[in-house]
Write a protein that binds this ligand. Sequence first.
Ligand code: IRO
Length: 314
Amino acid sequence: MLNILPNLTTTLAGKALQSCLMNASGVFCTEKDELLQLVNASSGAVVTKSCTLEYRAGNPSPRYADIPFGSINSMGLPNNGIQYYLNFIDEVEKQSDKLVILSIAGLSHQENIELLKIANQSNALQLIELNLSCPNIAGKPQTGYDFVASRDLLQKAFEVCQKPIGVKLPPYFDMVHFDEMASVLNDFPIAYICCVNSIGNGLVIDKNTDATIIKPKNGFGGVGGLYIKPTALANVNKFYELLPHVDIVGCGGVQNGQDAYEHILCGASMIQIGTTLWQQGISCFARIENELLQILQQKGYTSIKEFKGKLGRI
Ligand code: IRO
């Protein structure tokens, strides 16, 4: 019998990629040396840290902590400003064909529109991830939880920017909210959606001190890792049903090949790795890739499209 070796190739927003694994925005992608390592890693694409118009130092430390089944962070959008990332994307385009996505997270709608206008001028930039879900800026709600504001922002975004735009969504927890957000997204030519950002405003206590484990926002921060896998899978799967023509990037709780496999079963075309990349470093891509390939081989699949979205129901 002919035994065809499986591969993990995929497409995202019409672009063919060698692997369906990549980093999640925010992890190991703020500085140029980190981004360069990601460009050279065994991953299908790279996304930058979400950026603003100007450099931001972010929130005071400690602002990230590993916790038993994941992580909590309140980084506060530390980044080097949009031009730093556009310059990096220019440089990479000359040496590599790895797709580098620019993540944008303005502190206001006006800032997002300015950022999109600047991004639109870049020749090398191919794809934008508009972050509608940063949970860690004191006094700023997550745009993705305000459906009217999300529509308004997307309306303006597609007026000022002709480049493909994907959106990073917060996790939703109510069927009505999935429907409402889907009906907003359905009205725009969204390149992809990424589900999910961290679950906002968790609280973790240090048992030795009886105090919060991180400092900003009185200890409240976004929760990532295994804690959020069921929520991430539910969001991927619900939006796969509601937005059948939009590519979905799954993000949340991917520690191994089985977790990645489950995201694809739920409908993901691409998988982002956040907490595991933070905890284990860049070698996690090759390990998870091998584990996922082994699962495909065991199940007799040769490509991810053969089982994407084929979640069984009982
Ligand atoms: O605090 C952050 O920088 C941060 C962002 I912009 C985000 O989108 N998600 C997150 O967990 N942290």
